[in-house]
Design a protein around this ligand. Structure first.
Ligand code: KIV
Ligand code: ZN
Length: 515
């Protein structure tokens, strides 16, 4: 009989651990609503004890997002479990997800404890969580490098203590499909009370096997898969939600499993996550990459024109993929603008909509055709979700062969108007030096990238930067049809993030504790 596999989305927790991907609370809420529309079963909203921002994000998701289980992550420590409970408790269906590593290398080197001590901590953590709410998940971190007999012992004990989901993470992306299938089979055979818990898996992609390993586990009887949109996550990322879901759908003949996912929402959720995290989807990414349904060779094109099934195993419309379509132009009104944004998953407050619409009108005057990608750039840039400490008022550069590149920049900070001029190695460097002078910060530019977000010579240019100040690293994005202006906006966006970080303070969890 066909089984329904639970989709546990950890885009907002493990996905947000991707280098440079940090989302603020508003952005997390937006993604959480999109995940609920996609009909994931569980949203892991964050790691509440790690920072006030993570706590607030999980608490708001718990309060505001309906028809989904909301989980928070907690180490096997009382303070983590208590914080997690406080964050998730208002959800319609709250879950505490607690974990501890079970591999000898983690036990000896990270914890300097014995297996017995770790077992006691795991049981204590699950008991404490269970005393607060019924839905408790336990994970054996680094399970794939742990002794299977020890995992069996730990799982038996935590299920007795009340865990109703037991998660087997391949934390370092080390396992292979046959090996993982065998591990899940062993767990099913040897854990005597396994019928009282759902087996979950959580695979990292260090060897590019995260999706294959997750699917092998499903074949072996796993009932929950942890995954992220676009496969983002720590290091090489996590198993990608869209790959797992579409494999189960497309190869139902092999897996005989289904999910609750509304697959038509996949594409726009993917684009929303990409726009908000600043992590681009590689063009050849399965399911959601720009080229996933593009046929370049003449033979393929000919075949597809005769019958799409010659070279397409899925229909683009099944994942809600739309040709980058002309959506709006300069005659479009506010209503059409708002409707299109909502279709794309952006729900703005009235004052944000006013700002975005004003910007849209300006761009529509310069650019005949406005695409979805342009709208994403407008939202990221104009609404930004970062309280704008500084906003760009004016930028002017002089540069050319033999000339010293110089820039004059004027920024607004509240009612203040601040202006500086500077020179640099190039026009962008000169602009950045002028902004540093205004902000009184010596910001290091770690990375700079520019791309055209839509078609045509009049396309909007989107600049992404990675900035460092003191020990904080942030990303910044800016968009404009003028690339110098886009560069300035990206830098200011990053500087505003840095100022926000410095104001709220760094994460309470040290780098060593990050999961
Ligand atoms: O990769 C991992 O082991 C994790 C756990 C905390 C589930 O992310
Ligand atoms: Zn992980």
């Amino acid at each position: 009989m066909s089984r329904t596999i639970r989709i546990f989305d950890t885009t907002l927790r493990d996905g947000e651990q991707s280098p440079g991907a940090s989302l603020n609370v508003e952005e997390k809420i937006q993604v959480a609503h999109a995940l609920a529309r996609l009909r994931v079963d569980i949203i892991e909203g964050g790691f509440p004890v790690s920072s006030p921002g993570d706590f607030e994000a999980v608490a708001r998701i718990a309060r505001e997002v309906k028809d989904v289980t909301v989980a928070g992550l907690a180490r096997a420590l009382p303070k983590d479990i208590d914080a997690c409970y406080e964050a998730v408790k208002s959800a319609e269906s709250p879950r505490i997800h607690t974990f501890i590593a079970t591999s000898d290398i983690h036990i000896a080197k990270k914890f300097r404890k014995t297996r017995e001590e770790i077992l006691d901590m795991a049981v204590e953590a699950v008991r404490r969580a269970k005393s607060k709410l019924p839905d408790v998940e336990f994970s054996c971190e680094d399970a794939c490098r742990s002794d299977p007999d020890y995992i069996v012992k730990v799982l038996t004990a935590v299920i007795d203590a009340g865990a109703v989901t037991v998660n087997i993470p391949d934390t370092v992306g080390y396992t292979t499909p046959p090996e993982f299938l065998e591990l899940i089979t062993t767990i099913r055979r040897k854990v005597p009370n396994i019928d009282r818990a759902v087996i979950s898996v959580h695979c990292h992609n260090d060897l590019g096997l995260a999706t294959a390993n997750s699917l092998a586990a499903i074949l072996a009887g796993a009932g929950q898969v942890e995954c992220t949109i676009n496969g983002i996550g720590e290091r090489a990322g996590n198993a990608s939600l869209e790959e797992i879901v579409m494999t189960l759908k497309t190869r139902r003949d092999k897996f005989d499993c289904e999910t609750r996912i509304k697959t038509q929402e996949i594409f726009r959720t993917s684009r929303l996550v990409s726009a908000l995290t600043g992590i681009r989807v590689q063009p050849n990414k399965a399911i959601v990459g720009d080229n996933a349904f593009a046929h370049e060779s003449g033979i393929h094109q000919d075949g597809v024109l005769k019958d799409k099934r010659t070279y397409e195993i899925m229909r683009p419309e099944d994942i809600g993929w739309t040709e980058s379509s002309l959506v709006l132009g300069k005659h479009s009104g506010r209503h059409a603008f708002k409707t299109r944004l909502e279709e794309m998953g952006f729900h703005l407050a009235d004052h944000e909509l006013d700002r975005a619409f004003e910007r849209f009108k300006k761009i529509a005057d310069q650019k005949k055709e406005i695409y979805d990608e342009d709208l994403e750039a407008i939202i990221e840039d104009e609404v930004g979700r970062i309280p704008p400490v500084y906003t760009l008022d004016y930028v002017h550069v002089t540069s050319g062969t033999g000339a010293v590149p110089t820039a004059t920049v004027r920024l607004k900070r509240g009612d203040q108007v601040l202006q500086e001029s500077a020179w640099g190695d190039g026009p962008v460097d000169a602009v950045y030096n002028a902004i540093d002078l205004i902000a009184g910060m010596d910001i290091a530019l770690l990375d700079y990238g520019i791309r055209s977000v839509s078609k045509g010579k009049d396309a909007i240019g989107e600049v992404s930067v990675k900035l460092k100040f003191k020990d904080q690293v942030v990303k910044g994005k800016g968009a404009s049809t003028d690339i110098i202006e886009a560069s300035a906006k990206a830098y200011i966006n990053g500087a505003n993030r840095l100022l926000q970080r410095l104001e709220f303070g760094p994460s309470k969890v040290s780098a060593d504790d990050r999961v």
